[in-house]
Ligand binder design. Sequence first.
Ligand code: URA
Length: 244
Amino acid sequence: MQKDVDINKVARQHLQMDEFFTGGFLIKGQKVMQEQSEPKESIINSSVELEKVADEVLRCSKCGLGSSRTNTVPGEGNPNARIMFIGEAPGADEDAQGRPFVGRAGKLLDKIITACGLKRSDVFIGNILKCRPPENRDPTAEEIISCLPYLQRQIEIINPEIIVALGAHAARTLLNTNKSIGQMRGQFHEYYAGLGKPPIKLMATYHTAYLLRNYSHENRQRVWEDMKKVLAELGLPIPEPGKK
Ligand code: URA
């Protein structure tokens, strides 16, 4: 069933979600979200724009995944997030629920977000593809080309300070490179949102699904090191190792 965007309803819902607006990066009782003074109107506008993208995704049939999906998975989170986590594509759980990172890899991402002293509602979580490739196969070039404009618009609307690309597919797509995740992770790169726009810092790290398959102390430590760099860059406190 097609869904029309009720702009007034969306705006009302978001006005009522005070925690969503002002929760920000609530760490140890201290509000450290940069956008505290951001006019509510601009946050409502971002929410409305994100809803429009989600609505277009819902109707999308630009590639073959439009006929094999159960649900579209446009992404979700804070319309004013300072960090966007971007994965590759929805899996079976995400396809069933229409929400990103809700399966095993998602539970691990939740743990990482919590370890950073953040909440899932502080950040925005999305994917390169908005529909599940059958059998979780890799996205094809055609699918990426069809779907990428949705993510590009979401990035433009949210305008995060940092994008965390989870895994090689997300990092390669956003950085337009063929490098391996081993070469890319651990350093900041620049994502170009468009001519005349300042680049957005991008941290590449291991995908949580990879981490689950290769759950060594070294790999967990590598991801934690990457996330510490993200927190430092944002001027956020870095939780102590025992407490993460
Ligand atoms: N893996 C992804 O890349 N994205 C999801 O949403 C879930 C698993």
